[in-house]
Design a protein around this ligand. Structure first.
Ligand code: LLP
Length: 422
């Protein structure tokens, strides 16, 4: 489902023209579609039908309270990686009993917070972390449910920065070592072993790496069962890709059908931790062209959004589609917009500050552009670099728009800072 379609020559978010949103809320501005978020979560839910399951939205992809709340209302669980994300989930009305805690550097305070909240499970990434969780559980008089995040050493075939399931990656416990760690966990006083998980990478466009990982994990599950350690859930992580450009990622249904086949006859609850595939295409970044700059070598469109607002192009060389909000012009307006191949750049003082390179656009200064597929790893990775206020975030529900995070102000930015007394 694409909630950002042209209606009467104008790009809209559901049933609201983006130009009206820019007028009302200013730019740069993230715009999310409630219907798309719901649709994407429900496509997982539908695919899981018939088996015990839990869809845990990976909060890191978009942690806005309103986004979490929309998903919580329709039954989502959540995959968190920090105490901060746990607080967000709880404030957004998420059910702690549907929360799993991933990440490889959980602090004692975070572990205690999660035990107090009553989360479903800790995904454990090292021996040392297992000891820490047991110790905190003991000190607080609680029991901690754990799964080991195993590193199955499969190549997810994605960008090296977002590939996580190879043995040289920092994530997870080497699958060859995991049996011994489970045996040790089984002897711990305050640990309950409940499952196993893996997450092999992000923006995967084929299901083969998942199935390779699952084969390896199922044989470990069998070995563990023979040793009297019976797991109740299998969490295959997130990672399903989306269409940014010409990719052809599988739908959740296709992946889950294949996984269901693999685990048929086993009494396993299936968990997934999707982030990007739920929210990427439910959001755009709305921005305005400040200036056009034509040099002997290049045409630049200088926009009011920058790498601090959307880091993916600078950090990963990620390609995101950039489209004009207005599509239809009178002949005289069109004459002011000769097509050029532009580098679409922000005002930040870095050559790496671009949102798109070599894009053919017919635009004039003052025009609005939309950067598509910006709902995942967009706002959450934004910063105040160059003392830029972070963008506003707006959620559209049919023909209603709500500011779900105000644009920052300079006073807000400076409020934590202090000069020396003398
Ligand atoms: N579970 C774990 C343990 C993860 O580390 C991640 C993402 C997910 C689930 C969700 O993966 P997804 O379904 O969103 O692919 N900033 C990068 C992506 C980093 C992904 C980190 N881990 C980007 O903008 O492409």
């Amino acid at each position: 489902m694409n909630p950002f379609q042209y209606q009467n020559g104008e790009l809209s978010a559901e049933n609201l023209p983006l130009s009206a949103l820019a007028e009302q809320f200013g730019t740069p501005c993230y715009v999310y579609s409630r219907a798309a978020l719901e649709h994407n979560l429900l496509s997982y839910e539908r695919a899981f039908e018939g088996i015990e399951h839990l869809t845990c939205f990976a909060v890191k992809a978009n942690s806005n309270l309103a986004v979490l709340n929309v998903l919580a209302r329709i039954g989502a669980g959540f995959d968190i990686v920090s105490g901060g994300e746990l607080t967000r989930v709880l404030r957004a009305g998420g059910d702690p009993a549907k929360v799993i805690f991933s990440g490889l550097g959980k602090t004692e305070i975070e572990i205690e917070q999660a035990l107090n909240a009553g989360i479903l499970c800790f995904n454990v990434e090292s021996d040392a972390e297992l000891d820490r969780i047991n110790a905190v559980a003991q000190r607080t008089g609680k029991r901690a449910a754990i799964s080991l995040r195993v590193n199955p050493d499969v190549d997810a075939g994605t960008h090296p920065y977002i590939s996580t399931g190879l043995k040289e990656n920092k994530f997870g416990i080497d699958i060859a070592a995991a049996f011994a760690v489970y045996q040790r966990a089984a002897t711990m006083s305050h640990i309950d072993i409940t499952g196993i998980d893996c997450h092999i990478g992000s923006q995967l466009t084929t299901i083969a790496p998942y199935l390779d990982a699952i084969d390896k994990i199922l044989s470990l599950i069998d070995r563990l069962a023979q040793a009297g350690i019976n797991l109740q859930h299998l969490d295959i992580g997130g990672g399903l890709g989306v269409v940014y450009n010409q990719e052809t990622p599988p739908e959740p249904g296709e992946l889950i059908r294949a996984v269901k086949e693999k685990i048929q006859g086993r009494n396993l609850t299936l968990i997934m931790e999707p982030g990007r595939s739920i929210c990427a295409n439910a959001g755009i970044l709305l921005t305005r062209v400040e200036f056009l700059k034509h040099t002997t070598y290049k045409h630049f469109a200088i926009i009011d959004a920058a790498m601090n607002d959307l880091l993916r192009p600078s950090l990963y060389g990620a390609w995101q589609e950039i489209v004009p909000v207005r599509q239809q012009f009178s002949a005289s307006e069109q004459a002011l917009r000769p097509a050029h191949t532009y580098d679409v750049v922000g005002p930040v003082c870095e050559s790496g500050d671009f949102l798109g390179k070599e894009r053919t656009l017919s635009i004039a200064a003052g025009d609005l552009l939309a950067v598509r597929s910006a709902g995942a790893y967009g706002f959450v990775m934004s910063s105040n670099y160059n003392t830029r206020n972070r963008a506003a975030e707006v959620m559209v529900d049919n023909d209603r728009a709500t500011v779900v995070r105000q644009r920052e102000t300079i006073d807000y930015q400076l409020s934590l800072e202090q000069v020396l007394a003398d």
